[in-house]
Ligand binder design. Structure first.
Ligand SMILES: [Zn+2]
Length: 90
């Protein structure tokens, strides 16, 4: 895990919250375009784009592809999303 700040304000595709920090699942220090992001507020999965200045929503087909090609990553993503949603429901 690695955490840090990204300079630009990136908005969540799900709830519109500012996301100016990150926590990486891998040991990569900084997010880059194409990396996945999970919103801490609503659990939406987004993908960094435009030099990590914006987030795009991730289509269901892409999540399905990840679940097939990278099951371990998908399992981690799902458990983080579940945790956030559980936290928000209470
Ligand atoms: Zn959100």
């Amino acid at each position: 895990m690695s955490s840090g700040q990204i300079s630009d304000k990136v908005k969540c595709t799900g709830c519109g919250s500012d996301m100016d920090g990150f926590t990486g699942v891998s040991h990569d220090a900084k997010p880059k375009d194409g990396d996945l992001s999970i919103c801490f507020y609503c659990g939406s999965i987004g993908k960094y784009a435009d030099n990590v200045t914006s987030l795009k929503s991730v289509p269901a087909e892409e999540l399905e592809r990840i679940s097939i090609e990278e099951p371990e990553l998908f399992r981690q993503l799902s458990s983080i999303v579940d945790e956030i949603k559980k936290m928000r429901d209470n």
